[in-house]
Design a protein. Structure first.
Length: 669
């Protein structure tokens, strides 16, 4: 039993009032007339009689009334679940951490043996559940009192590459406690990794009446080196322009010398020494990579190995391919736009594209299907056969970019884009005599790095009715500057100005090169997704239009990761293991996806004892969670109203007894 407001117990000091009334108050007698005292002998009369307690029943009632009032205001309670747990049955939960860090020095095997030993705590009607947790929680069995079943469930737990999460464990324990209808005793077998603790303490609170017993697999921080990150291009077109950067991190380590090796398809191709400062990071760069054509498995490895070798490497995927071709169609007399566009592509670090410029007169017999992107730069008209082929090319999944100038303004509609050209707009003669970009969507993939166009001057622009197209950028007079439209399976971008420095000075600004590079990559499909992921991430397998087509996925062990039904319907797949996933998409494209464990698992620091103690107390309802409000206290059952009813009954009894004694005193008087 306890008191929610114990300071009100000080009110019990009021019991001095009935003591004063019954004992310490000055004794008074009523004087009576008498004739003479001359024949009486003078002596001292004892006052002991007057200092004795009178009316003991009334005195006891008054003292009890005051004590009950003080107790009622102190709000007494009892912990009902705690009382039940003392002698009733309970549910024993054996929670075993199988996250990535538990691979260190057979920690998981030791945790499983400790869990099997803990089965001896089951008594009589107790039930047990074994569960494995990392970033998710997996129940290994239904609640049972059969020890062999529980032992088999524990032994079936396998290590994972996922990150640990005590928040997910606590959420599951709260759910179990809510549905168990009995006290829960949770035994935690973990390395108590600090990085697994949630940022909000309230996320780790335990359920009502849950007792947490920790069985740490590690009692101190273990020094560890790891390859933290690798920054490598997804595709290689020119081996001389490749730049691979790796970061080596030390967690709780002293200064050390390490050797960093670059491996390609299992063979070491380069290595460099590096000095890693105490508890710090060091970077290593590898320039050039002569990778064979096709998909390649890359790896950065640090040696010598430490006590946790699982994170001494980092996987990455890299594809060697020929540059993709861009068909650039322009007027014979306008070669300045070709020059600026070509220069911007050559300045790109990836060299992912090769430009093939042709004039309008030369394009009639060219098939657009041979090109990754087609650029139409301010042409007066296109040959009918080529325009028809271009429409078919776009609807089949091709990509076109159209730049508009005074030549293209002679037609009422934009070719392929099929939206009306309203008018040609010139900057006013008064004032600044140019327009600027008032809005550029920074989230659009085509302009993510080149959206800073504040200083670009546009002297001429072609006003295109947007229709159903999306406006990516517009000028200060609200003229759409960059528009996008989905046509069939393909897409078209329209730039309402030119690539030369006549209608604008865009080619003279630093933002022009990333603009040309990003629009080409976006239209050519080079920035669709990533080739490197962390364990626990999801990989998109198909677009909505690809429903019903088959996707084939092989996991790092070489087994099929999807069933036949999933391969035809699944939109995404969870990447749950380290290594390389081999993906063949409905379009026939082959991809190699590299997956690495979350490097927060490499920091093997342990949870402070104070935090663990607070966590354990949240299940008892006696501790407030820092930053998360009060812990669960529903197991406290207050009974102040019963005390108040008893006080009311005593007040009635005191009134009756007091009236009776008062009537006796009057009769005596």
């Amino acid at each position: 039993m306890g008191f929610l407001a114990p300071w009100f117990l000080a009110g019990a000091l009021a019991v001095g009032l009935p003591v004063w009334l019954h004992l310490l108050r000055q004794h008074k007698t009523t004087p009576l007339p008498f004739s003479s005292l001359m024949f009486f002998e003078k002596r001292t009369q004892s006052s002991i009689k007057h200092r004795r307690l009178k009316y003991l029943l009334l005195f006891a009632l008054r003292v009890a009334l005051l004590i009950l009032l003080a107790l009622a205001f102190a709000n007494p309670f009892v912990n009902t679940r705690g009382a039940a747990a003392a002698g009733g049955k309970k549910l024993v939960v054996l929670a075993i951490d199988n996250s990535y860090s538990m691979r260190q020095d057979s920690r998981l095997d030791r945790a499983k043996q400790d869990a099997i030993s803990a089965l001896s705590s089951l008594r009589g009607e107790d039930r047990g559940i074994a569960l494995a947790f990392s970033s998710t929680v997996h129940l290994m069995n239904e609640a049972t009192g059969d020890v062999p079943t529980l032992r088999g469930a524990i032994q079936a737990i396998q290590p994972t590459d996922a990150r640990g999460s005590y928040a997910e464990l606590s959420r599951s324990l709260r759910s179990i406690a809510q549905s168990a209808h009995m006290p829960v005793e949770a035994h935690l077998f973990s390395d108590m990794q600090k990085s697994s603790w949630p940022s909000n303490f309230a996320d780790a609170r335990l359920g009502e009446g849950t007792r947490l017993v920790a069985h740490p697999a590690a009692d101190r921080r273990l020094a560890n080196f790891a390859v933290e990150t690798v920054n490598a291009p997804r595709r290689v077109y020119d081996p001389k322009k490749v730049r691979i950067q790796a970061t080596i991190a030390g967690y709780g380590t002293t200064k050390a010398s390490k050797n960093v090796a670059l491996l390609l398809n299992g063979k070491e191709v380069a290595s460099k020494p590096v000095e890693v400062p105490a508890g710090g990071r060091a970077s290593v760069e590898f320039l050039t990579l002569d990778a064979p054509y096709g998909m390649n498995r890359g790896e950065i490895r640090v040696t010598p190995a430490d006590d946790f070798p699982s994170d001494d490497h980092f996987y990455f995927s890299i594809e060697r391919a020929d540059p993709r071709r861009i068909l650039f169609v322009h007027e014979e007399r306008n070669r300045r736009d070709v020059l600026y566009y070509q220069t911007a592509l050559d300045a790109s670090t990836d060299a992912a594209f090769v430009l093939e410029p042709v004039t309008v007169d030369q394009v009639a017999n060219i098939s657009p299907s041979k090109y990754s992107v087609v650029v139409i730069s301010d042409v007066a008209s296109l040959p009918g056969a080529f325009e028809s082929a271009l429409q078919k090319y776009v609807r089949g999944g091709g990509a076109v970019m159209i730049a508009l100038g005074r030549m293209s303004a002679s037609h009422p509609r934009v070719p392929i884009f099929d939206e009306a050209i309203d008018e040609t707009r010139y900057a006013p003669r008064e004032g600044e005599r140019f327009q600027t970009a008032a809005y550029v969507d920074p989230a659009h993939p085509a302009v993510q790095r080149s959206h800073q166009w504040d200083s670009v001057k546009f002297y001429q622009s072609i006003h295109v009715e947007p229709g159903k197209s999306k406006i990516v950028a517009k000028l200060s007079d609200n003229t759409p500057l960059l528009l996008e439209k989905q046509i069939g399976e393909g897409r078209v971008l329209v730039f309402a100005s030119t690539f030369d420095n006549i209608s604008n000075d865009f080619p003279l600004h630093p933002s022009f090169v990333p603009f040309v590079e990003e629009t080409a990559s976006y239209l050519g499909g080079l920035n669709d997704g990533s080739a490197n992921y962390s364990v626990g991430a999801y990989l998109e397998l198909r677009a909505a239009r690809d429903q019903g087509t088959t996707v084939e996925v092989l996991d790092p062990s070489g087994h099929r990761a999807l069933s036949l039904e999933e391969s035809a319907r699944a939109q995404t797949i969870a990447l749950s293991n380290e290594g390389f996933y081999d993906v063949r998409r409905p379009s026939g494209r082959h991809e190699l996806v590299a997956v690495n464990a979350d490097r927060r698992e490499s920091d093997l620091d342990v949870l402070p004892a104070e935090t663990l103690s607070l966590w354990q107390n949240t299940g008892q309802g006696a501790v407030s969670a820092p930053g998360g409000g009060e812990a669960n206290s529903d197991n406290k059952r207050s009974f102040w109203w019963y005390v108040l009813l008893a006080a009311l009954a005593l007040a009635v009894a005191e009134t009756i007894v007091g009236n009776r004694h008062l009537s006796v005193d009057k009769e005596a008087a």
